[in-house]
Design a protein around this ligand. Structure first.
Ligand code: FES
Length: 117
């Protein structure tokens, strides 16, 4: 049995969270005058793109919401959070200028800047 991922296949987790982000962003646009619930969401940027993440979420989750991968492997494969507990290092990204930050281990903050690569 081959475990190789078929060409063009997407990680189901990324696809699920990308869809959630689309729905969430659509709900934000439906609010009067574009107001957001500031108490329950955090405004941040992922690769320069504004993202509203749930307060208390991990930065890794915010990247999934933004529909971006954390990094690309040497073979060009997209990499993302795997363990969610700081062991695998698959969720590394540059956070507020600090490279190789384990994004699963930090909570989103207002104005946080995440750059993947
Ligand atoms: S997901 Fe494994 S270290 Fe962050």
């Amino acid at each position: 049995m081959s475990l190789a991922k078929p060409a063009g296949a997407r990680c189901l987790l990324v696809a699920k969270y990308t869809e959630s982000a689309r729905i969430g962003n659509a709900r934000e646009k439906m609010k009067p005058s574009g107001a957001r619930d500031a108490a329950s969401t955090v405004a941040m940027r992922v690769n320069g793109r504004p993202v509203f993440a749930p307060a208390g979420a991990s930065a890794a989750a915010a990247m999934l919401l933004a529909g971006v991968v954390c990094r690309v492997s040497l073979r060009g494969e997209p990499r993302g959070p795997l363990c969610g507990m700081g062991i695998c290092m698959e969720c590394r990204a540059t956070v507020d200028g600090v490279p190789h930050t384990r994004t699963c281990q930090m909570t989103v903050r207002e104005g946080m800047e995440i750059v993947t690569g």
